[in-house]
Design a protein around this ligand. Sequence first.
Ligand SMILES: Cc1cc2nc3c(=O)[nH]c(=O)nc-3n(C[C@H](O)[C@H](O)[C@H](O)COP(=O)(O)O)c2cc1C
Length: 205
Amino acid sequence: MTKVVETQSKTPDSPKKGLLDVTEPFFKVIQKRRSIRRYKPYDIPDADLEKILNAARLAPSTNNSQSWRFIVIKDPEVKALLGQPSPQRFIANANAIIVVLGMQQTSCCPGNQARWHVQDPMIAAEHLVLAATALGYGSCWIATYESRPPEFIQEVKTKLEIPENADIVVLVALGVPDEAPAPRSRKPLGEIAFREKFGQSWYVL
Ligand SMILES: Cc1cc2nc3c(=O)[nH]c(=O)nc-3n(C[C@H](O)[C@H](O)[C@H](O)COP(=O)(O)O)c2cc1C
């Protein structure tokens, strides 16, 4: 006989109750976020961009190395360049594009250095995306740069004066949404979350 567990962490007598009363808005932001690829023309104010960038700055990183750097692009000519040579033309129509860089580390942390300088900026990028959602902007990750021709990457790096020891990890397109896509499906929790060992469903005790 299996028992289905109902998980509820916030009970009235929870010792955590009242410590940080952002639970509902936080989960709403997570739930509302979509990848948005159509944008209304809009000049995102610097104040909003700063909030978004500050959210990224507060991300955790390996040994606090903060190997990320961000370049905010609004220049239409540069946006058009970033949208080449790709079928993803929507990039050029974003209100702003944040180029997320990873600085190659030489003495940061044990283990796979090459991994940290990508992994940490990726975490920061998700902070960017969630902060943008919280402010009402749409966003889209664009991580296909890796697969673009090296000469194109070099052209972008030269144009943006990105130093040799920095890699373009991801672009985040931002803008006022001009579409409201339905949520894309996700695998059910029972398929991806396990209790104590791989394959043992979270739902079964
Ligand atoms: C690492 C990463 C790379 C992505 N790269 C692209 C991309 O190059 N182009 C694109 O249109 N969407 C890209 N996406 C967005 C995904 O397609 C999208 O998150 C996924 O389909 C789920 O849809 P949702 O974000 O609306 O929930 C990327 C997302 C992630 C996390």
